[in-house]
Write a protein that binds this ligand. Structure first.
Ligand code: GLC
Length: 571
């Protein structure tokens, strides 16, 4: 495995905003989320907490979040600390009295556990370890995963501690420039690592970083999501700090362009979606997510939109911006039209004719109605819908995936109507998707013959376990963000209440098993960092909805007309 000596660059003061820099990087929009909170569509199945919610949302809308204590390395986030808003334009005031007087113990414990997971490189924090579980074989859980660090980064940003995020962004950028090989095959320049770790050489008393681009990963899976998360994080950092000088650095602009070249390149594709191998994202094992998985498509969409905000208007930047705009139009049309499923669309697919030739075909991908799984007819509520897992020739994967649908809401890939429908479905299918631990990574599980064929008999992915219908606390932050953005904070509140009864007591498991998420996952790590950070981020957003701007994008008016052309959700 490659190893490389990294330079240790002193981090700069982030609170200073350069006016020059502000002129050349596209200004990152503020979104008035308070509006979304006022116009809350109501839904059916969840226990109503209307008056309490409305009271607390208006109390909370002044903006607060637990602030870090004055010493950076102080591991405790104590109640009663004094707070300032040095870093984030979003952080306007202090924490609410209720939190100062009576913070939920899980919050302090969570912060302590999150700080214990920090990974240092030559004296600087550069990330968080995947899990601090020493109980059994570690595999690669002792590494800093790019996707796992995202909720940690958001927690630190929302807490007013952006330095670690900046360090992470710069260090992973250096890793991107490594020459990467799997066996004798050289990977593309823009590929971002899945993970890295710090190697300490006791003889030379020297630290180096060791990265994994898939060449060590189980199954040699490609981390397609890493580059997208990196761009999304760069935008989150810029938004939270108001410091656009990081994104403007030539090396960050180049890093973005390299990632974009990879996913915007022309090839044999007939669809604007991104073709991937199995296991290329959070679900990093064979699980039938090859082809055009919704998780990657939604992250792709969001990363393109973030890049549009971050790229400089220089000749190179402009060229990419043009390509991005074109792709976004095609991508949103394709995903909103062909990945979207609601009752009407389901009925249409059920009645599809097959073997249609030419551009007049209705059943464009020649999906055979007999391939519709039985469960989907019961699962689909009257009001509600979702982006299905995958669409390709003669194939619709009808499974519901949490991450892709939440990112679709946060990025505005989902139209406002679709966003509401996604939340309607979650409320209608609460037992199945949230049950006793939020949230199912996908629904439903695959079993028996299907499991054998699709997973290759994977014993870690048996039905209702791990990636195969397991419940992942990390997804809480996405559910919370999506529910706040759609004006339904009661969903986030309800989910958090459920999680709070167990997460700390169970030592922050990686995932839960069972149809209701009742059991701690068979091979779940404890003290899984993104379970901790996912909870904290969800809690902070619920307590101060203005944090949402760090992870959510405003609707792009230019993408709107296209959606009018497509079908059923507009009815
Ligand atoms: C597992 C998960 C993956 C995660 C990694 C580290 O492999 O499937 O999504 O990044 O663990 O936590």
């Amino acid at each position: 495995m490659a190893s490389y000596q990294m330079e240790w660059s002193q981090s700069r003061n982030l609170s200073v905003r350069s006016p020059e820099a502000l002129c050349s990087v596209a200004e990152i929009d503020e979104f008035d989320f308070s509006k979304a909170l006022v116009e809350r569509p109501r839904s059916l199945n969840i226990e109503r907490q209307r008056s309490a919610d409305e009271r607390s949302m208006s109390e909370l809308s002044v903006g607060f979040s637990p602030r870090p204590s004055s010493t950076k390395n102080d591991n405790s986030s104590r109640a009663g600390d004094t707070f300032d808003s040095a870093f984030s334009p979003l952080q306007k005031s202090g924490i609410p009295r209720s939190l100062i007087l009576d913070p939920h113990p899980i919050i302090n414990e969570g912060w302590e556990a999150l700080r214990r997971s920090l990974v240092y490189f030559r004296g600087q924090p550069v990330g968080t370890i995947a899990a601090l579980d020493n109980s059994d074989e570690k595999l690669n859980y002792d590494q800093v995963f790019v996707r796992d660090f995202v909720p940690s980064a958001l927690a630190f940003l929302m807490h007013g501690e952006p330095d670690i995020v900046k360090n992470f962004i710069l260090k992973t950028l250096r890793l991107q420039s490594w020459e990467k090989k799997i066996d004798r095959f050289q990977l593309a320049e823009g590929v971002m690592p899945a993970s890295f770790k710090v190697f300490h050489d006791p003889v030379r008393n020297h630290e180096t970083l060791i990265a994994d681009f898939g060449e060590s990963a189980i199954g040699r899976v490609a981390p397609v999501d890493s580059g997208f998360w990196w761009i999304i994080l760069l935008r989150a950092y810029t938004k939270a700090t108001g410091d656009s000088s990081l994104a403007e650095r030539p090396e960050c602009q180049k890093g973005m362009r390299l990632i974009l070249s990879l996913c915007l390149s022309e090839g044999f594709d007939t669809f604007p979606t991104l073709l991937c191998a199995d296991g290329c994202c959070m679900i990093d094992r064979r699980m039938g997510v090859y082809g055009y998985p919704i998780e990657i498509q939604a992250l792709f969409f969001m990363a393109l939109r973030c890049a549009l905000q971050l790229l400089k208007q220089d000749p190179e930047g402009k060229e990419f911006m043009e390509r991005i705009v074109k792709r976004l139009h095609a991508l949103s049309y394709h995903l909103r039209s062909y990945f979207w499923l609601d009752l009407k669309q389901l009925n249409d697919v059920y009645r599809f004719k097959t073997e249609e030739y030419s551009h007049t075909a209705v059943n464009k991908f020649n999906v055979i109605p007999d391939s519709l799984p039985d469960w989907v007819f019961d699962f689909m509520p009257h009001h509600g819908g979702y982006f299905i897992g995958n669409v390709s020739p003669a194939r619709m994967d009808f499974r519901w995936f949490c991450l892709g649908n939440c990112i679709a809401i946060l990025s505005c890939l989902a139209t406002p109507e679709q966003s509401v429908a996604i939340m309607e479905l979650i409320e209608s299918r609460w037992q199945e998707l949230v049950g006793e631990m939020p949230v199912k990574v996908c629904y439903p599980a695959i079993e028996s013959h299907e499991w054998r064929i699709i997973t290759g008999c994977d014993p870690k992915n048996t039905r209702w376990s791990y990636h195969n219908g397991g419940s992942w606390p990390v997804l809480l932050w996405l559910l919370a963000a999506a529910s706040i953005k759609t004006g339904r904070p009661q969903i986030a509140r309800h989910a958090l209440e459920i999680a709070e009864t167990r997460l700390l007591k169970d030592n922050w498991p990686e995932y839960y098993d069972g149809t209701q998420g009742r059991y701690i996952g068979k091979q779940a790590r404890k003290f899984q960092t993104w379970s901790i950070a996912g909870y904290l981020v969800a809690r902070m957003m619920l307590d101060d909805p203005s944090h949402l701007g760090i992870v959510a994008l405003e609707e792009d008016k230019h993408l709107k007309p296209l959606l009018k052309r497509s079908n059923s959700w507009n009815l």
